[in-house]
Write a protein that binds this ligand. Structure first.
Ligand code: BGP
Length: 476
């Protein structure tokens, strides 16, 4: 048999986020999260993502997150299906407003915690290591109403109270934690990333970077607290990554590509090295940004860097310094020119397996800490044939190309702890609010309007991934 590029203890699995798949948005004492007021794609989700005040006024009869695929009541069946695929790990997030309904209560909601007790206990029983994201796009709505989300420094304490409850409760059950999902998203979708309302604000960059600073400090202090509670905890940061290629060898394009990459690396520079990168002084000056810091912040950042670096990767990006170059495409929410060498998915995202190998090498060279690929996948429309068959060879082909590239990166010398492909079970798309944009190995019978039986079906990719895990990445 061909030798695997993957270490024996490689953590194969899949990734989810509470607000995109749990449903049960108002059950057992849960408060509203900002996602619970966002409508579906037909009702202009994307516009509301940038206008919190208008979204709060919406009176819709269907919000995608409200029922979603109802993992809350299907967790047993779903976790068993994941274990059937052979998952070694399961990435999930804990809904902040399920534990602290308004975000800042003194005492946690015991019923909410009991739900996660059941999920985490079952994961362990089924041999899956839980990988928990503390905050994945679901700041409690109360925090937007009381204060402008992460623009307010008091959010640090609220977040630390929430984190303390989780660390204490699961100190013997969960080892791997991520402090914030895609921390750099605060610059691109500030409502989802930071609970920020930027309407009418003169210099949005000032507010975004100040909020980012609060998250960076919160992440460092949570890392400190975690290590005090259990020194074996492994705490990771999480970046929406994807190498930026220059459009031509023109030095101006090369510089532009480097600058674009730094937009994301800025966050990891702080979380992994422990201090603001040297280029940030000029960046802030050019943007008219001045960050207010407490006296203790610099030391807290320096002393509490992360143990590993996790990231999402869907595609590479392409940059040019030439303003005439306007043929753009979506690369997640990032601005990118269309790359003529790459294929484009139904949702306009380009696919680039080799880009994952380059991205991994780049991040590892930069930080020299273990990596964890915690999101990767293809959003596509699936068709159910003969009642229960889904022949998703397009998904298999995307994942196969990406996993091969990840194996090559490991063979290049990159240390990588594991791989959790995004949306291992179909769930609501964060960007569009659609159900039709599916990533899963497990199909869920539910449509964009919330109709469907919620039955679960195994797609062809389910059996394919089962083989990938069984052969430790040899059969792709
Ligand atoms: C990432 C998010 C996920 C997920 C994924 C796919 O940015 O961390 O929450 O949704 O992108 O994006 P989308 O759902 O818009 O297809």
């Amino acid at each position: 048999m061909t030798k695997s590029n993957f270490p024996d203890n490689f953590l194969w699995g899949g990734a989810t986020a509470a607000n995109q798949f749990e449903g049960a948005y108002d059950v057992d004492g849960k408060g509203l999260s900002l996602v619970d007021i966002l409508p579906d794609a037909h009702h202009g989700r994307w516009d509301y993502l940038f206008n919190a005040k208008e979204a709060m006024k919406m009176e819709e009869d269907f919000y995608p997150s409200h029922e979603s695929v109802d993992f809350y009541h299907h967790y047993e069946e779903d976790l068993r299906l994941m274990a059937e695929m052979g998952f070694k790990t399961f990435r999930m997030s804990i809904s902040w407003p399920r534990i602290f309904p308004q975000g800042d209560e003194k005492k946690p909601n015991e019923k909410g915690l009991q739900f996660y007790d059941r999920v985490i206990d079952l994961c362990i029983e089924l041999g899956m290591e839980p990988l928990v994201t503390i905050n994945h796009f679901d700041t409690p709505l109360g925090m937007l109403k009381k204060m402008n989300g992460w623009a307010d420094r008091r959010m640090i304490d609220n977040y630390l109270n929430f984190s303390r409850v989780l660390f204490m409760r699961y100190k013997d059950k969960v080892k791997y934690w991520l402090t914030f999902n895609e921390i750099n998203m605060i610059l691109h979708i500030p409502l989802l990333g930071g609970g920020l309302d930027l309407e009418g604000i003169d210099n949005p960059e000032q507010v975004k970077y100040q909020a980012a600073h609060h998250q960076l400090v919160a992440s460092a202090l949570a890392t400190k607290m975690a290590h005090e509670i259990n020194p074996d905890f492994q705490i990771g940061c999480m970046l929406a990554a994807g190498v930026t290629y220059p459009n031509t060898p023109n030095p101006k394009d090369i510089f532009e590509a480097m600058t674009k990459d730094r937009e994301g690396y800025f966050f990891i520079d702080v979380q992994s090295r422990g201090y603001y990168p040297s280029y940030s002084a000029r960046l802030f000056k050019d943007m008219g940004v001045s960050i207010e810091m407490a006296d203790t912040d610099a030391a807290d950042l320096l002393e509490n860097t992360v143990d590993f670096i996790s990231f999402s990767y869907y595609s590479s990006r392409l940059a040019s310094a030439d303003p005439e170059m306007t043929d753009t495409t979506a690369a997640n929410v990032f601005e990118s020119l269309k790359n003529p060498y790459l294929k484009t998915s139904e949702w306009g995202w380009q696919t680039d397996g080799l880009g994952l190998r380059t991205t991994m090498n780049q991040i590892y060279d930069r930080y020299q800490k273990p990596l964890f690929v915690v999101e990767n996948g293809l959003g596509a429309k699936d068709i159910v044939e003969d009642g229960d068959k889904i022949h998703d060879e397009y998904r298999i082909s995307y994942l196969s190309e990406n996993i091969q590239a990840m194996g090559e990166a490991i063979a290049d010398g990159v240390v990588c702890l594991g791989y959790t492909s995004w949306g291992c079970i179909d769930l609501i798309s964060a960007g569009s609010g659609e159900m039709a944009k599916r990533y899963g190995y497990i199909y869920v019978d539910r449509d964009n309007d919330g109709n469907g039986t919620l039955n679960r079906l195994r797609k062809d990719s389910f059996y394919w991934y089962q083989d990938v895990i069984k052969t430790n990445g040899v059969e792709l």
